[in-house]
Design a binder for this molecule. Structure first.
Ligand code: PLP
Length: 465
């Protein structure tokens, strides 16, 4: 009975995956309709499992956004490689608790493999600590907890045992274009979302080195200091000048440099793009996502900390703070992440990385960037279309001016609305330097040149009215 249910479910899942390239990218269903179908009285006695799953697959499937499909260009999303989906099924089936080695030995060892591969691919210090977390927000949380630990230990304070009350004040520096999740991590860590020094950014969203130097000059020399840089601006894809910034910060002994590389860190895996992250290995911590550009299912992010000992001191629960795990010792995941019980999320990354290989990761990153450039070029050829950013990575910002020379902000928003309604592709808008802009992010392994061309055609059709 249960074997039959699970086989049937696999069939339903495969049918959904097969439909991805052709279904409207955004479902046309109203929230009221969905509630009507899904929010029922909790039954007194249980319903038939097959009936529940068939119903869920039908309603949930019809309402599912084709995010994993080839023409979803919204936010920075990514799809899921088939091997990663398959590994995700196994992960649920095995139902391991990946907090302790004894609760899932393979889960623990697979994370060791993934951590080592990525440290190598990204060019990070080989002895870095790492943790597999839910996403980049929690990766920031993990890295900045280690940062907080390090900068306070240097002034004789242990935030792990003493908390923050009475602690020397930590100064946090961020770029004006820092991602909101970085501020959220500061919020959770007691460092204050708004209590930051903000460094001005240039036209592409990169911090200005002169501004960074001036900001640091205004902070007392002995203050515990954390500086946050960005590799991959969520609008333009641009990178802070990382080597130059780290050189400036290193004039301050004990200062910590954290890098938000949610998607941009993956540039380090490409010889063509690695120049964009020049110097990145000199930082102290790095946060990234696997559910975006590595194309594994949610939820999957990674935190790396150069000083593994301080990483474990910040994260490990009481009595679990050992970190020597050699051939004879096991790695307990609880020492490296904020969670205790957790999903064995290493399996999907393991499957993705092994099936891609070094070459495949590189091809996927470079390929999506090439498609972004292709779309930018195709759009730029049309009258009244302007590309607002230097397309250095996989992000494109587009602005539309109406033929009568009218209000470009209103017209750009109208074109985005029409594209969303058209259904060929999905993307959203943003505001860039006070201007309305269409935002294209190419992050999906399955997007082809044909998808790119069909999408450009659909966008231009919508712009013509
Ligand atoms: C997506 C993103 C984040 C947040 O990542 P989550 O995985 O959604 O938590 C942080 N920074 C940047 C630059 C991003 O693009």
């Amino acid at each position: 009975m249960s074997a039959e249910l699970l086989r049937r479910t696999a069939e339903l899942a495969v049918d959904f995956l097969d439909s991805l390239p052709d279904r409207p990218v955004m479902p046309r269903q109203h929230v009221a309709e969905l509630r009507e179908q899904l929010v029922v009285e909790l039954p007194e006695t249980g319903e038939d499992p097959s009936a529940v799953i068939e119903h869920l697959a039908d309603v949930g499937g019809r309402a599912a956004v084709a995010m994993a499909g080839p023409r979803y260009f919204g936010f920075v999303i990514g799809g899921s490689l088939p091997a990663a989906v398959a590994a995700d099924w196994l992960t649920s089936t095995w139902d391991q608790n990946a907090g302790l080695y004894v609760a899932g030995p393979a889960a623990s060892v697979v994370e060791e493999a993934v951590g080592a591969w990525l440290i190598d691919l990204f060019g990070l210090p080989p002895t870095s600590g790492f943790g597999l977390v839910t996403g980049c927000q929690m990766a920031h949380f993990t890295c900045l907890a280690a940062a907080r630990q390090s900068v306070l230990e240097r002034v004789g304070w242990d935030p792990t045992t003493q908390g923050l009350f009475g602690a020397p004040e930590i100064q946090v520096v961020v770029g004006a274009e820092a991602h909101s999740t970085l501020h959220t991590a500061l919020q959770y860590l007691g460092l204050g979302r708004d209590r930051v020094h903000v460094v001005p950014t240039d036209g592409e969203g990169r911090i200005e080195l002169s501004g960074l130097a001036e900001t640091l000059d205004a902070i007392p020399a002995d203050a515990p200091l954390i500086v946050c840089l960005q590799a991959g601006n969520v609008n333009t894809g641009s990178f802070d000048p990382i080597r130059g910034a780290i050189e400036i910060v290193r004039r301050r002994e004990g200062a910590w440099v954290h890098v938000d590389g949610a998607f941009g860190l993956w540039a380090a895996a490409s010889p063509e793009l690695v120049g964009l992250v020049d110097g990145i290995g000199e930082a102290d911590s790095w946060a990234t996502d696997a559910h975006k550009w590595l194309n594994v299912p949610y939820d999957s992010g990674l935190a790396f900390v150069a000083d593994a000992a301080v990483h474990a001191r910040a994260m490990a629960p009481p009595h679990a703070a050992y970190l020597e795990y050699g051939p004879e010792q096991e790695r307990d995941e609880v020492s490296w992440v904020p969670e205790f019980s957790r999903r064995a999320r290493g399996f999907t990354m393991y499957a993705a990385l092994r099936t891609l290989g070094r070459r495949g990761v590189r091809d996927m990153i470079e390929g999506t960037c090439a498609i972004a450039r292709r779309m930018a070029a195709g759009l730029a050829e049309a009258d009244g279309v302007e590309i607002l950013n230097e397309v250095v990575l996989n992000q494109v910002l587009v602005r539309f001016t109406p033929a009568d020379g009218g209000d470009a902000d209103a017209f750009t928003r109208e074109v985005i609305r029409r594209v969303q309604e058209d259904g060929t592709l999905w993307l959203s808008g943003t505001s860039w330097h006070g201007m309305a802009a269409m935002r294209i992010s190419v992050s999906n392994w399955s997007t082809t040149e044909a998808d790119a061309d069909a999408s450009v055609e659909a966008i231009l059709r919508c712009a013509r009215g």
